[in-house]
Design a protein around this ligand. Sequence first.
Ligand code: IPE
Ligand code: IPE
Ligand code: MG
Length: 256
Amino acid sequence: MRFNPITILRKKTANTHDMPPKEKLPRHIAFIMDGNGRWATKRGLPRSAGHAAGTEALREIIRTCSDIGIESMSIYAFSTENWGRSAEEVGALMKLISRYFVSEIDELNEKNVKITIMGELDPFPEEQKASLVNAMEITKANTGLKLNIALNYGGRAEIVRAARLLAQSCADGMLKPSEISGEKLSELMYTAGQPDVDLLIRTGGDERVSNFMLWQGWYAELIFEKTYWPDYSKATLIKNLNEYASRERRFGKVKK
Ligand code: IPE
Ligand code: IPE
Ligand code: MG
């Protein structure tokens, strides 16, 4: 536990909800980590302080998901639309992302976490791109939690990319249009080989998907959590997992 001011600001008493049994847990959880800016503004701090506090919450949640045996965890760190923010905020986010990869990679690797970056990395500066590619390279043989980090990510862009790859295969005579299937598209998503998203949690109180995992989230259970991301804790996650465990997933069929 680090005792920096942000850790202390985030600290709150854990509630007593218990984790649901393993068979009631989602295989794949996606997080839209929203509310950093409002968390900071409420405290009279710059928005960047909210993003910094958000990384503390993230550390706790990755550790928890890894410890309870979640197969896949996807996190929305920076969207294709987030470039539209002020240069100051984008700059602060980029710095934080770079630092995050440097400071966390050893612990993630030790925890057997396998990192996948979802998104188009070309717009990132060379040095930063190298640290992202390095994170994937170092952890590629790991067999624990699959951690998908969405950076410069858009759900539509991901589907467009898959469509282009399919079109190219057809043009090259490797694939017939009639052979295109949902499974083929899934194989071309960043999450190839992973289960679809079972549970999508958005913090911060807004109730929308904001271009996140449109393909993989087709049957996801949605939870809109009011807590701002920097205040999100293991206790909040346990509460959300209990809500998920109580839901009936029908996938278009009728109740048995
Ligand atoms: C989410 O928090 C983090 C990123 C988009 C990088 P916001 O920065 O969107 O925080 P709010 O929604 O303005 O409070
Ligand atoms: C979604 O949050 C993106 C991330 C959490 C990285 P936004 O704050 O960008 O979403 P909107 O603009 O409110 O839909
Ligand atoms: Mg937001």
